[in-house]
Design a protein around this ligand. Structure first.
Ligand code: NAD
Length: 303
């Protein structure tokens, strides 16, 4: 039996951000404009602080201007909306990202809907969700994790995914639904499974491409995976790891990785699979947003 192809998200993300950095340098040389990414963090959530720091670091690495706004936990909804309005109007800001979750006094939907769709580099605005649903990928900004997931599937299977049966487990607005829509756009036959799906193991076993976006550690077992299938594990779950010492933890995906190795043709590890792609696609979106705002032609797709 041949070993599965391990889809190295870290290396692929690095090659994508290298390409973005060279496109940013070219843009700056040709137009004098440096793409600007504004990141807004409200409060002190430790995980959010790490994410925001990584996004800032990567923006700088890609040659972009990073504009950080750190606001206190007590920020009112009106104050945050005023900042978003200011960033919407600022020509040096091409992409706006408001780190979630927001403190409870702030209505997340209200904030996300105020971001100009052309600057919505997270791809969460209802206009961008609608453009994706309508297949208008040339006008939309695509959500980063779903776009990164499809890019990884293509690195394993080649550019043409048409006719493959994709089973997406999870139907959230930020992962499951948009992944399914992107795979449909790639001419896959797509089934969306969720918590009410009957006989999930049997359904999963019909997938050529199995995408797990559930948020339940190691739920998808090795024998749910068809021989030779490509497994994209979006899940990031922290579980206790007493073998590493008392109180220690480790990250696992939604797929039982060790079990799936026996059947998968290709598989993403956790960590080091889909995770690193999210930031890479965020950089890609910021560059796309900047070019569109400058009225410049689209460049070849990153995936
Ligand atoms: P979510 O909780 O919003 O959605 C989970 C989905 O799984 C729901 O649609 C639900 O119907 C489905 N589900 C729950 N239990 C199920 C079951 N027993 N059987 C079948 N389906 C079931 O989660 P989300 O925001 O979509 O995130 C999913 C996972 O992806 C999480 O582990 C999250 O941490 C991870 N994630 C990773 C990245 C990344 O950068 N790699 C980004 C976003 C989310």
């Amino acid at each position: 039996m041949s070993e599965p192809f391990i889809i190295d998200g870290k290396a692929i993300a690095a090659s994508v951000t290298d390409e973005i950095a060279s496109r940013v340098a070219r843009l700056q040389k040709e137009s004098g404009v440096q793409p600007g990414l504004a990141v807004v963090l409200v409060g002190e959530d430790p995980a959010s602080q790490v994410y925001v720091r990584n996004k800032e670091r990567m923006a700088l690495k890609c040659g972009m201007n990073s504009i950080m706004h750190r606001l206190p936990e007590t920020t009112s909804e009106a104050e945050l909306l005023a900042l978003v309005a200011e960033l919407n109007a600022d020509e040096a800001v091409h992409g706006i990202l408001v780190q979630l979750p927001l403190p409870k006094q702030i209505d997340e939907g209200k904030v996300l809907e105020l971001i100009r769709p052309e600057k919505d580099v997270d791809g969460f605005h209802p206009i961008n969700a609608g453009l994706l649903g309508a297949g208008a990928l040339d006008k939309a900004l695509l959500p980063c994790t779903p776009a990164g997931s499809v890019l990884l599937a293509k690195r394993a299977l080649g550019q043409d995914l048409s006719g493959k049966h994709a089973v997406v487990i999870g139907r959230s607005n930020i992962v499951g639904k948009p992944v399914a829509q992107l795979l449909l756009q790639e001419n896959c036959t797509v089934t969306i499974a969720h918590s009410r799906t009957q006989d999930l193991p049997a359904l999963a076993a019909t997938a050529d491409i199995l995408v797990a976006a559930v948020g339940r550690p190691q739920m998808i077992k090795g024998d749910w995976v068809k021989k030779g299938a490509t497994v994209i594990d979006v899940g990031i779950n922290r579980i206790p790891a007493p073998e590493k010492g008392e109180g220690k933890t480790r990250l696992v995906g939604d797929v039982d990785y060790e079990g799936a190795l026996a059947n998968a043709g290709a598989i993403t590890p956790v960590p080091g699979g889909v995770g690193p792609m999210t930031i890479a696609m965020l950089m890609g979106n910021t560059l796309i947003a900047a070019r569109r705002q400058l009225g410049l032609a689209a460049e070849p797709a990153l995936f």
